[in-house]
Design a protein around this ligand. Structure first.
Ligand code: SF4
Ligand code: SF4
Length: 103
């Protein structure tokens, strides 16, 4: 029993998930709001390096690329806005999807 407890303590105290693009089909059709990147406010763009990238880390659909600038795959972006909530600089803004459909 004590051996079991020791092994538990040695594990990292964090969760790791590996989201899969498109597991629920074309989740882009669910979107009511679209996250849009303002590159001028993005830390990764300003530093021209793979830094920050909290948007990439937290996107549950894995549809933000780990690139400079981060790119959003709107085929699978379901509009949950987790990326907008976690962007520390306000570089991501939620825009109503109807704005784009009227274009
Ligand atoms: S979280 Fe915001 S600032 Fe950070 S890389 Fe993503 S868009 Fe840029
Ligand atoms: S809104 Fe942001 S976090 Fe949510 S699926 Fe789209 S890109 Fe990913």
């Amino acid at each position: 029993m004590s051996n079991f407890k020791f092994k538990q303590r040695k594990r990292p105290i964090s969760s790791v998930s590996y989201p899969v693009i498109g597991e629920a089909g074309n989740t882009g059709s669910w979107r009511i709001h679209r996250p849009v990147l303002n590159e001028k406010k993005c830390t990764a763009v300003k530093k021209n390096d793979l830094v920050c990238l909290l948007c990439w880390l937290y996107c549950p659909e894995a549809c933000i690329s780990k690139t400079v600038p981060p790119k959003i795959d709107y085929t699978y972006c379901k509009g949950c806005l987790v990326c907008v909530s976690n962007c520390p600089t306000g570089a991501l803004t939620a825009i109503e999807e109807s704005t784009f459909k009227e274009e």
